[in-house]
Ligand binder design. Structure first.
Ligand SMILES: Cc1ncc(COP(=O)(O)O)c(C=O)c1O
Length: 435
């Protein structure tokens, strides 16, 4: 399906946004409409969305749109007035966590949520040091950019952040078992704590995405996160779980990805799927931390958690439950991952397939033994998929991992389109590389 690229719009964009403003695909895609798991270009061509997690319950879900419209045409105001939507949404949200995580604060973006979490952790512990992975992305504000070890120059300059190697069971040192691997990564967290202390800095916390999603949806050695958290707590720090990408039931079995582990974070940050594309994000934390922080440091966010945003947030929770989308993440997720594993049998380009509910990572390698990342092949594949009407992208340290993370109403019939198109494209790319 070769659509026309709107070069006139593209050049206008370059003029006002610059050529480096990120834009997907070699032939950029203009979109004008979305519905469920489908996106449409101006020529009426449809594209299967296997990438976007923000339209969590489906693009332009009628129930979410109606809730937004109804509240926007009645009243919108900030959180310094009493409003039922604000309280009811926070009650419903916190009820989905364990009882220790009993209070919330709302923001507009995941970056703001992480920024607030950092302030809260630093305020409540009286410490400054933050530990992250060495391929982290947690957002774009100044303090959060300091954590962006994979992407942001600020991360190299700060003394307040230390990182440990991504706990990657696929690319981790081979020849050792899972327990040894966990030991090695736990030791790196201890090393970060020790290095901080040697520099006179105490640890305020460790901030990680429980799915290690931007790192490549890693399979983390069992016990690693629990043991690393214990070390951080022993040093006086807290655990911040960044659920901006991982949360709201995407992993299927649990509403929150940290619930796969045997631990409770002190602070959890939320965003992306929370408002189904409406800017809604926030922090859920231990009540004592939110109380202590807010007594000293006034936090107010003009657009964070307005009655309109909360109406949208509640509609998202309703649709998630009514349409049994978490159950769908388990069943359709299993169907997709079985299909991907079948492709792995055919194509040696696929080194590893990882999945968690409705989230899949297909790690591409040039050689199954050396695991040399297939970077150019990954780029070629996402562009060929786009030309065939299926939208995916890449992640990971080398950008060699296909990232598949469709809206939650993704069904087996959609999976069949994804899998047959990927089969065709893998065949083409394998032919090209062997030629
Ligand atoms: C794990 C994670 N945390 C935080 C953010 C930042 O969220 P936002 O873009 O809403 O500021 C992102 C965005 O990609 C993310 O992937």
């Amino acid at each position: 399906m070769l659509n026309t690229v709107n070069t006139e719009l593209l050049h206008r964009r370059f003029k006002v946004m610059g050529k480096s403003s990120p834009l997907f695909y070699e032939r950029p895609l203009q979109l004008v409409r979305g519905e469920g798991v489908w996106l449409f270009d101006p020529e009426g061509n449809r594209y299967l969305d296997v990438y976007n997690n923000v339209p969590h319950v489906g693009h332009c879900h009628p129930k979410v749109v109606a809730a937004l419209h109804q509240q926007a045409s009645t009243l919108n105001i900030h959180t310094r007035y009493l409003h039922n939507n604000i309280v009811e949404y926070m009650e419903r949200l916190t009820a989905s966590f364990g009882e220790d995580l009993s209070m919330a604060m709302l923001t507009c973006t995941g970056s703001e949520a992480n920024e607030l979490a950092l302030r809260m952790a630093r305020f409540c512990t009286g410490h400054q040091g933050i530990i992250v992975t060495d391929f982290a992305y947690h957002g774009n504000t100044e303090a959060v950019a300091e954590l962006g070890t994979g992407f942001m120059p600020e991360a190299k300059l700060t003394k307040r952040v230390k990182s440990f190697a991504i706990p990657d069971s696929y690319r981790g040192v081979s020849g050792v078992d899972e327990a040894d691997l966990a030991d090695r990564y736990v030791a790196q967290v201890q090393q970060a704590i020790d290095e901080f202390e040697a520099e006179g800095i105490k640890v305020a916390g460790m901030l990680v995405c429980p799915d290690f999603a931007n790192e490549g949806l890693l399979t983390v050695p069992k016990g690693f996160l629990e043991r690393a958290t214990a070390l951080v707590r022993k040093a006086g720090g807290v655990l911040i779980a960044d659920e901006v990408q991982a949360g709201f039931g995407r992993s299927g079995k649990h509403m929150w990805a940290h619930q796969w582990y045997d631990l409770t974070p002190d602070i959890v940050t939320l965003g992306k799927p929370m408002g189904n594309c409406h800017p809604l994000a926030g922090v859920v934390a231990r009540g004592d931390m939110i109380e202590a922080f807010s007594q000293q440091a006034m936090y107010f966010n003009t657009f964070g958690g307005t009655p309109v945003s909360c109406a949208v947030g509640m509609a998202v929770l309703d649709v998630l439950a009514e349409e049994r989308l978490m159950e769908n993440a388990v069943s359709t997720g299993a169907y997709v991952s079985a299909g991907l594993r079948k492709l792995q049998q055919t194509y040696s380009l696929i080194g590893d397939v990882r999945d968690l509910g409705m989230f899949f990572a297909v790690e591409l390698v040039q050689d199954l033994t050396t695991k040399q990342p297939a970077i150019a092949e990954a780029r070629r594949i996402i562009n060929l998929m786009r030309e065939r009407g299926v939208l995916i992208s890449t992640i990971g340290v080398y950008d060699s991992i296909l990232k598949l993370r469709p809206p939650m109403p993704f069904q087996p019939e959609h999976a069949d389109i994804l899998l047959s198109t990927l089969d065709e494209v893998l065949y083409l790319v394998s032919q090209e590389t062997s030629a």
